[in-house]
Design a protein around this ligand. Structure first.
Ligand SMILES: Cc1ncc(COP(=O)(O)O)c(C=O)c1O
Length: 362
């Protein structure tokens, strides 16, 4: 039986551990979503998110998980006669391609084995075929703990393929990893809040470039719930098109204040420090699934080189210490396990967790 008063502390790669003061934001009295108090909250939150994402373009709040914006980005940015290049390096980037197909778009796959990164050269070679109007990229592949070299990819794309739209899933990257939306020249980036924002699930945040907004106007069949034009119209009044999850927006507002007080460079450095710590433990005790230069700063995917029964170790640590960490994803279930080091997880938490795993391995 789950003890609801004392649920396990989460080190799975999302949802992650949430601080009590963040939870309290979700318990504040609600507001009418067409009133001026709401508009004030909305505007303040969006303005802070623009600073967090280093953008002066559009930022929107979606009452959905990130999967909704997967769909929205495809429907709004790729026309029916166009082909999208989907870069695929794990379960989530694979799903981005599935979403594009489900939206009836023509998809060409650029696939690497799970645990590998998608490189500049690979994308350059494919785009040189000249038939793509957009590319999808996952910044941080949560199933494998790989961070794709998006800064180099973006530099190359700006120089060589400036007309190709760049749609980026930063679900487990945003906040934990550097992200300068305007400088990168991306067209859409999105994340759900249960990862490095360290908020319970239920909302997504996304940014859209001016040119993607313009392009979206001409595309038919954008759908209803994720129509970027509707988001833009409502944003003029500091509102959302449909009733938003106001408690989540209160929590996003609270967390953004904390990020900006700390400074984004420091937030990213804090994530790197936690990642370095977990990675050095993983290398000493096991191995990393990916090449170290692509290893993520928000989660570590540990290669099960010792052949432990991953599920049993997770269960034993949880039973003794009331914490949960992640098994491998999909086909990597028993071959890897994953430890999140993002959001409000601390070095002290990680030291404790790794100590407990060590005890269990003995
Ligand atoms: C990289 C990545 N993309 C997309 C998703 C889907 O996000 P959501 O479950 O919030 O819809 C996830 C979920 O874990 C993810 O890790």
């Amino acid at each position: 039986m789950v003890d609801w008063k004392n649920p396990p502390k989460l080190f799975i790669p999302g949802p992650v551990h949430v601080l009590p003061e963040v939870l309290q934001q979700l318990a504040r009295p609600t507001l009418g979503h067409r009133g001026k108090e709401y508009s004030q909250l909305h505007k303040e939150t969006v303005d802070m998110l623009k600073k967090v994402l280093f953008t002066e373009q559009s930022v929107f709040l979606s009452t959905s998980s990130a999967s909704g914006v997967w769909e929205g980005s495809i429907r709004n940015c790729i026309d029916h006669n166009e082909t999208v290049l989907c870069t695929m390096c794990g379960a989530f980037s694979d799903k981005f391609a599935d979403v594009a197909r489900a939206c009836d778009r023509k998809v060409e796959e650029l696939k690497v084995d799970w645990g590998k990164a998608t490189t500049v050269e690979m994308i350059d070679k494919k785009l040189a075929e000249g038939k793509y109007s957009a590319v999808t990229i996952v910044y941080n592949e949560t199933s494998t703990g790989v961070t794709n070299p998006v800064y180099e990819i973006s530099e190359m794309m700006k120089k060589k393929y400036p007309d190709v739209l760049v749609l980026v899933d930063a679900v487990s990257g945003m906040i934990g990893l550097p992200l300068h939306f305007d400088k990168l020249g991306w067209d859409v980036v999105f994340a759900s809040v249960q990862k490095a924002f360290a908020i319970p699930p239920g909302m997504a945040v996304f940014a859209v470039s001016k040119r993607a907004m313009e392009k979206s106007k001409k595309i038919t069949g954008r759908g209803y719930y994720f129509d970027f034009q509707e988001f833009a119209k409502s944003a003029e009044k500091d509102q959302t098109p449909t009733t938003p999850s106001i408690p989540h927006i209160m929590a996003i507002n609270y967390q953004c204040k904390r990020f900006l007080e700390e400074g984004m460079e420091n937030v990213w450095a804090r994530h790197k420090k936690m990642a370095d710590f977990v990675r050095s433990w993983a290398k000493e005790k096991f191995g990393l699934l990916c090449e170290e230069k692509y290893a993520s700063n928000t989660l570590t995917c540990v290669k099960n080189t010792r052949g432990i029964v991953v599920g049993d170790v997770i269960k034993a640590v949880q039973a003794k210490h009331n914490v949960a960490f992640g098994n491998g994803y999909g086909k990597l279930k028993d071959l890897t396990f994953r430890i999140a080091h993002m959001g409000d997880i601390t070095m002290a938490d990680l030291k404790e967790l790794l100590g407990w795993i060590d005890d269990e391995l003995k």
